[in-house]
Design a protein around this ligand. Structure first.
Ligand SMILES: [Zn+2]
Length: 304
């Protein structure tokens, strides 16, 4: 392969900082998208027509991941099938502007530091191209959120105020509601352990109904707690009605739901209920669940 364009954002040669082949994998470091590993077979998938308008989601996701973890993001089949439909893409230009402000904030090691942002780094704001990114930067300057010198930017006083608002909004929603089966035996312990460990690592507080005193008002309590939650993990092992109800209720409120199920129970879901349109994390033990949940939460749920 002699091309060194980025497979995601199609930026040309000069913006691809590094390109390595290792067997069937290619490791790309793109000035825009960050660093990723991609299998040659997956590259074919990316060039399909129905994926064209989703590439910017992958660019934004990988950029955020690389900025945070300083390691390449692996683009697998499951990323394409399961993760992309669940990524929390900024829904309007204000959320995109918040992404730029948060980027500046995280790069700022001392107040007033000028941070270089190039036009080609539009994945920072999940923008679709350079033009859109320039527009967002211009609006941030117009609204006095940022100040600029040449290609460098820094947070202004208004920008710092907005950062503390963003952090407050996100702090309100630290809670994750866990909807699950409570059998009399210990068979669900691996689920609870894995889920709680993953949430601890992403800085979320789990709410499990069983952990609280039950009384007649339990339904009101459940509904109140779901409303308070940033997102829900709903596990369908055991096929409990309450889990379907709670997940349905959360989705109705627009609260993101991560669907999980023990792998040996998954076929039964397919027969009995129609949640197949949602991709389930299939887990075998607590360690497996923890790892998969961690990836899903970091990629799809805002964590700051
Ligand atoms: Zn790229």
């Amino acid at each position: 392969m002699d091309t060194t364009n980025c497979f995601l954002c199609d930026l040309k040669f000069e913006n691809v900082k590094d390109y390595q082949e290792s067997g069937l994998n290619i490791i790309i470091t793109c000035r825009n998208c960050g660093q990723y590993v991609i299998h040659k077979e997956i590259i074919q998938l990316l060039s399909k027509n129905d994926f064209q308008n989703k590439k910017f989601i992958l660019s934004g996701l990988i950029r955020e991941y690389t900025d945070e973890h300083f390691e390449p993001f692996e683009i697998t089949q499951s990323v394409i099938d399961d993760l992309i439909p669940h990524v929390s893409v900024p829904s309007d230009l204000f959320e995109q502007m918040d992404k730029i402000l948060m980027y500046l904030y995280k790069q700022t090691t001392y107040k007033g530091k000028l941070i270089e942002i190039m036009d080609v780094e539009y994945a920072i704001a999940y923008a679709k191209n350079i033009e859109e990114f320039r527009f967002l930067l211009a609006k941030l300057i117009e609204l006095n959120y940022i100040e600029t010198e040449k290609d460098k930017y820094r947070l202004s006083l208004e920008g710092w105020k907005r950062i503390s608002e963003i952090k407050k909004i996100n702090r309100k929603s630290d809670q994750c509601f866990i909807a699950m089966w409570f059998p009399k035996d210990n068979s669900m312990v691996p689920f609870e352990v894995g889920a709680k460990l993953a949430l601890k690592k992403t800085g979320h507080i789990p709410f499990v109904v069983k952990d609280f005193e039950h009384n007649d008002k339990i339904c009101d309590k459940i509904i109140a707690e779901i409303r308070k939650s940033a997102f829900m993990i709903a596990d369908f092992t055991g096929h409990r009605n309450n889990v379907y109800f709670e997940a349905g209720y959360a989705k109705g409120l627009g609260i993101p739901v991560v669907f999980t199920c023990r792998d040996t129970d998954f076929e039964k879901i397919k027969e009995q209920f129609d949640t197949r349109q949602y991709s389930h994390i299939k887990w075998t033990d607590s360690e497996d669940l923890e790892k998969k949940l961690l990836n899903r939460i970091e990629a799809t749920i805002s964590i700051r």
